[in-house]
Design a protein around this ligand. Structure first.
Ligand code: MG
Length: 367
């Protein structure tokens, strides 16, 4: 089987809540998502999706996805989409770095592999555990009382894990964590994600200011070294995210005892192939995982579901259903949240059918 054509579509994904706000005043109102289509000489077609969290979160931006595919795509025409590890090495040889550019291409090839095998991607990634897996709800940064007021509604939707967007001034962040913690019920889980927003002295104040709260601290500072310093002066369970983008830093962080859990975003690692490699390593090392992506719609959510549902449940800390945050559906068959949980499709491949009317005309066609 050969890759015959690669197309990229641009879709705007507005938010039900109007905007999504996190550390440093960063905010997005409409996400710019790229949907990748790969067509083969045997008539099988696969889809992938890449949607950066704006241009100021990871070293990734929406236009860069399309520019990168324009650069890399011609190198993949004629390659076998089923040889995923070989294809990833080909992409790495043709374009150094830029993992997010490769993510949608890799995802689309997994969709093709699953269709050819007649199996859901979940099975190919290791096998389905149980009926479903639990999701978290991100609580966009607002005033402490406004964030606390969101908890009951999200719990009514079935969520029991709440990730607060903090990373602002320490006094207000301490208030945010206390205000939301007061709304929790037994069995709820609270995560305070600073998204690199604190300097070390600020992070030190916050972890001390919430010492008696049962809360996970996620990615407090910009650099790995700053996070490690804070990790060593707090006894809160600790999650690393932005700094962990590959196997070498994952191994270093494990050796340093730098985290209890890690956030694996598919596009941060460069696709399902690389994210699975990190997932399996974490599972072997006993590191719990949040499995998600930077953002996305139906296709990203489907890919998350396949990777999360094939992760041993005791190691899956939580995952995200981005398609419930956005107002536009881009594919039929995508998993839908039920009672705060999600399940991967049992159909072959990713189990999604992209909606041509939503995708519109391609921004890019390579053949
Ligand atoms: Mg995070």
């Amino acid at each position: 089987m050969r890759i015959q054509k690669i197309s990229a579509f641009q879709v705007d994904l507005p938010l039900h809540e109007g905007s999504y706000n996190w550390s440093g005043g960063k905010s997005v109102e409409v996400f710019d998502s790229t949907i990748v289509r790969i067509e083969t000489d045997e008539g099988v077609t696969g889809h992938g999706e890449v949607c950066p969290l704006g241009p100021f979160y990871l070293p990734a931006y929406a236009g860069g996805v399309r520019a990168g595919i324009a650069e890399l795509g011609p190198q993949l025409i004629g390659e076998d989409p089923l040889d995923l590890e070989r294809l990833n090495r080909r992409m790495d040889a043709a374009l150094k770095g830029h993992p997010y550019v490769k993510s949608g291409l890799d995802m689309a090839c997994w969709d093709i592999l699953g269709q050819v095998a007649g199996l859901p991607v979940c099975t190919l990634l290791g096998g389905r555990y149980g009926e479903s897996f639990p999701l978290y709800r991100a609580i966009s940064q607002e005033a402490p009382a406004a964030m606390a007021a969101k908890v009951a509604g999200y719990r009514a939707e079935g969520y029991r894990k709440f990730q607060l967007k903090v990373g602002a001034d320490p006094e207000t962040d301490i208030e945010r964590i206390h205000a939301v913690a007061a709304e929790l019920e037994r069995g709820d889980v609270l995560i305070a994600d600073a998204n690199t927003g604190w300097l070390m002295h600020q992070a030190a104040r916050v972890v001390r200011g919430v010492r008696d709260i049962d809360v996970y601290i996620e990615q407090p500072c910009l650099s790995y070294e700053e996070c490690l310093t804070i990790r060593r002066r707090t006894d809160h369970p600790f999650v690393l995210d932005e700094n962990i983008d590959g196997i070498p830093i994952l191994l270093r962080a494990h050796a340093d005892g730098a985290m209890d859990a890690v956030n694996i975003k598919i596009s941060k690692f460069g696709g399902l192939t690389r994210a699975r490699q990190a997932r399996d390593l974490c599972a072997s090392l006993g590191i719990a995982m949040t499995i998600e992506d930077s953002w996305g719609g139906d296709i990203t959510t489907a890919a998350i579901a396949h990777l999360a549902h094939s992760t041993p449940p005791e190691l899956l800390f939580t995952a995200t259903d981005f398609n419930s945050y956005v107002t536009v559906s881009t594919a039929d068959g995508a998993p839908q949240r039920k009672d705060g949980k999600l399940a991967a499709s049992t159909a072959p491949g990713l189990g999604v059918t992209a909606l041509p009317g939503v995708l519109g005309e391609p921004r890019l066609e390579i053949s």
